[in-house]
Design a protein around this ligand. Structure first.
Ligand SMILES: [Fe+2]
Ligand SMILES: [Fe+2]
Length: 200
């Protein structure tokens, strides 16, 4: 963990928990924008969607939501913030709703690629739902929950959280999973849909 020049714990952790999570939100938004671009183009690109779903499962869920669910939210609960009936429960519910959307996208993708109009409409609808859900979710976290977290967590808790983020990122043989998926996000952002199969 980096430290400020005076090496005080207070300054070294100030704003960093929010900054780490917000920087991941910006990467996720690159992919949301790319999926929206596909929807607006009228194209249906199975290869693109499978890569986007892989990103959403392994980066949005695996790297990012895991930091929130396994590290940040439990730490906030230790400060007295209740899980049920409050922002933590709401965020968890939205993570689950996002997973349902991803499952719905995946469920119809083969049939949609084979020209099944109902499946195509279902995949596009699930993708739209996911984009809308995640954009609103990210705004709530960036502007409310993470601000509250920076205010209620102690410098020691923030320092421990940053260490826990590192362990989560580099544990369980993940390798450079984070870097790999940031590169995939850029690939998706630059995807050319002009040669894709047009939607019916
Ligand atoms: Fe979240
Ligand atoms: Fe988040």
């Amino acid at each position: 963990m980096s430290t400020c020049q005076c090496h005080c714990n207070e300054h070294s952790t100030e704003g960093q928990v929010r900054a780490v999570l917000m920087s991941e939100h910006r990467v996720i938004e690159r992919v949301l924008d790319a999926v929206e671009r596909m929807l607006q183009s009228g194209a249906f690109d199975k290869a693109f969607l499978l890569k986007a779903i892989d990103f959403l499962r392994n980066f949005a869920d695996g790297c990012h939501h895991a930091k929130e669910e396994e590290c940040l939210f439990p730490e906030l609960e230790r400060t007295g913030m209740p899980r049920a009936g409050g922002p933590i429960g709401c965020m968890l519910h939205e993570h689950d709703a996002g997973r349902t959307c991803i499952g719905n996208m995946l469920a119809g993708i083969d049939a949609a690629a084979n020209g099944d109009a109902a499946a195509l409409a279902g995949v596009r609808s699930a993708a739209r739902d996911y984009i809308c859900l995640l954009r609103q979710h990210i705004q709530k976290e960036d502007n409310i929950l993470f601000v509250v977290a920076e205010n209620v967590l102690s410098a020691r808790q923030k320092s421990q959280l940053l260490d826990a983020f590192e362990r989560l990122e580099h544990g369980a043989n993940h390798g450079d999973r984070h870097g790999k998926y940031v590169a995939i996000a850029e690939e998706l952002a630059r995807w050319n849909f002009s040669s894709s199969v047009a939607a019916v």
